[in-house]
Design a protein around this ligand. Sequence first.
Ligand SMILES: Nc1ncnc2c1ncn2[C@@H]1O[C@H](COP(=O)(O)OP(=O)(O)OP(=O)(O)O)[C@@H](O)[C@H]1O
Length: 315
Amino acid sequence: MIEIDQLSFDYRTFSKEPGLKGALRDIFHRQYQAVPALKNLNLTIQDGEIVGLIGPNGAGKTTLTKLLTGIIQPSRGRVTVAGIAPGSRQKQLLRQIGVMFGQKSQLSWNLPAADTLNMLAAIYQLEPDRYQQRLQELCAMLDISEIIKLPVRKLSLGQRIRCELACSLIHEPRYLFLDEPTIGLDLLTQEKIYDFLKDENRLHQTTIILTSHNVRDLEALAQRLLILSKGELIFDDKLSKLPLQIKQADAYCLKYWIGDRADVREEVIHDPGQLFAKMEEFRPEQIISLSKTGVSVEDVILKIYQREKERQLQE
Ligand SMILES: Nc1ncnc2c1ncn2[C@@H]1O[C@H](COP(=O)(O)OP(=O)(O)OP(=O)(O)O)[C@@H](O)[C@H]1O
């Protein structure tokens, strides 16, 4: 379980004066400022959950991931993962954490991914049989048996990301942190990654914290959505509970003819149940078209960002 209690984090920064004089002045009278990145966050994530984390640039998502993986320590408040403070960097916890950044690689450019996997097995002191078994499982699930033998520089982005995922999961972590895992990937490869992550979560009850600006990722995977804005949690619920009702936003436009073919009618129906009932009334040839319209989850999230920005400007 991940428990976050009144968690705050401030970066300490200073402004640099321009020119040589400014640089000299800075040495003796440096003006420090605290940049609040997270403010009094309260949150509990149960084991086995897939949680999507989203928010505008600068909202504090990376800071939260860094706190949860022990890269930085809280300024105030408390965070524990499996009952241990990540900042303590205890081996017992680090072995249970896997991290993958879509934009940063943990692979060596000139070496095959298999070498990195072997190195990780040594670092995590994986028992040889267990390692081989896990490697085979990941190779089969990610379809990388041949790819891991090639130098990383020869791989496509999609192939590399699949190898990165294998590296993040080779030690069977209970908590997986993913940051923009599908950035730059084509739709088909994105789907493959979604299927893999769903299987990994189902088979091993891996808790997944997914940070992404790609709403498709969140729709495909996240059982729960967290929206951060200016270091505060402004939404924590299922996607279907987004404030502008998605149900109402979804609309089905049914076009059909009755009597003679010239009598064409169009109806907009919101409830899928009603839609099916309506379609039962017709013979298949009477239905001219059926299309889905309405507001997408992406539109709703954009509206939330805009509303938050307006609220912050008014304050
Ligand atoms: N090393 C740093 N020193 C000072 N301020 C920082 C530092 N890193 C981040 N910040 C500030 O902390 C706040 C949160 O940044 P963070 O990187 O966590 O946001 P984010 O939600 O991950 O953004 P993005 O979507 O752009 O990656 C921002 O105001 C940012 O300017």
